[in-house]
Design a protein around this ligand. Structure first.
Ligand code: FAD
Length: 320
């Protein structure tokens, strides 16, 4: 018999009883409809254990990875802590543990959460300073010490980024939201070629996805990363990325400059154009596009026309 925790109540699921039946029997009011796993109106998320895969039938792959499930068809196999979507605590507390420059205008910010975290590298969280709330992509892989790393571009008059640059110090508290978004590595297709294209701090989610693929999941297919900027100041982590190409023969890194190029280590041109010229056939590829919205939307269309399936194109569009 499994124990189901919902908010501050715990109920015991009797044999052959679904999570929904257990909650309703205990007079816990939650939304539900068909009770047959079709309408998805009872959708919930498991905050600790992975739900039985049969209770995730019909959900999107990214929802499944984030432990969403349908309580009306869930016969619990273990104890579970469950929540309604968006009913999780909105703001979590963390402490700043590292802040350093990655380039003249990009800062690496690391925070450590006070409680365990569920996230995928490449998803984003909202960071908050009083009433200023901004989204930032997670550039590291999940770890036991509950740390999150961000690459934050400092804008001259940016409210949040200037706060990070000027006021935020190691040891200070910072509020953040649960991780969101479907732009992350998906297990189970280890041989699939991956194309990662990013501009500016669009590298943040791509760096997380890359490390998840190579280090955590030992991805076997070819991985090509194209990182673009107008000038050298927009590129960063070049040494780390070059070192990864030496340790992982299936990883290839092309830093691109669309402005003037005075150094042969850079390829001249826009990252997306260089990438698609090199790979004009993208059937069966998985594509990740992050950064400038115009680049992302234009390249999404182009990669689809070159054969990539829409379900294999993941995007994060933001001023980068
Ligand atoms: C899903 C998502 C993920 C994101 N991930 C990241 C990330 O990993 N790293 C990151 O740095 N940002 C990321 N962003 C962008 C981030 O949320 C902020 O929008 C950005 O940091 C600017 O916030 P700010 O408060 O500093 O500037 P604001 O106070 O919001 O803007 C200040 C001024 O700067 C202008 N401005 C805004 N962007 C630019 C720009 N790029 N160049 C020139 N002027 C500009 C604005 O128009 C405004 O006039 C992400 C956004 C989304 C939606």
């Amino acid at each position: 018999m499994a124990r189901i925790k919902f908010k501050d109540q715990t109920v015991i699921a009797e044999n052959n009883e679904t999570v929904l039946q257990s909650l309703l029997r205990s007079n816990i009011q939650v939304p539900y409809g068909c009770q047959q796993g079709v309408c998805q109106s009872c959708l919930m998320r498991s905050l600790d254990n992975t739900p039985p895969s049969s209770s995730q039938t019909g959900l999107k792959e990214t929802q499944q990875k984030q432990n969403y499930f349908l309580p009306c068809i869930c016969l619990p196999e273990n104890d579970m802590t469950v929540a309604l979507p968006n009913a999780e605590k909105t703001w979590l507390e963390a402490e700043v543990i590292e802040k350093k420059a990655l380039s003249i205008n990009v800062i690496l910010l690391k925070i450590k959460s006070k409680e365990p975290l569920t996230f995928f590298a490449g998803q984003f969280v909202n960071l908050r300073n009083n009433d200023v709330i901004r989204s930032y992509s997670i550039a590291n892989t999940p770890n036991l010490s509950h740390e999150l790393a961000f690459h934050i571009r400092i804008l001259p008059d940016g409210k949040f980024s200037r706060f990070v640059a000027d006021d935020l110090e190691i040891g200070m508290p910072l509020s953040f939201s649960h991780a969101q978004g479907s732009c992350h590595y998906l297990e189970g297709k280890s041989e699939q070629p991956l194309l990662l294209i990013g501009t500016g701090t669009g590298l943040a989610p791509l760096y997380g996805i890359l490390k998840d693929a190579l280090l955590t999941h030992k991805h076997q297919g070819e991985i090509h990363l194209f990182h673009g900027s107008r000038d050298e100041s927009g590129l960063y982590l070049e040494e780390k990325l070059t070192a990864l190409t030496q340790n992982y023969p299936n990883f290839h890194y092309t830093p691109c400059l669309s402005g003037e190029v005075n150094n042969e280590k850079y390829t001249k041109g826009r990252a997306n154009e260089i990438a698609l010229k090199q790979f004009p056939k993208l059937k069966d590829w998985c594509v990740y596009l992050c950064g400038q919205p115009e680049m992302v939307l234009q390249t999404k269309r182009a990669t689809y026309l070159l054969g990539a399936s829409l379900k294999d194109i993941y995007i994060d569009a933001f001023s980068s």
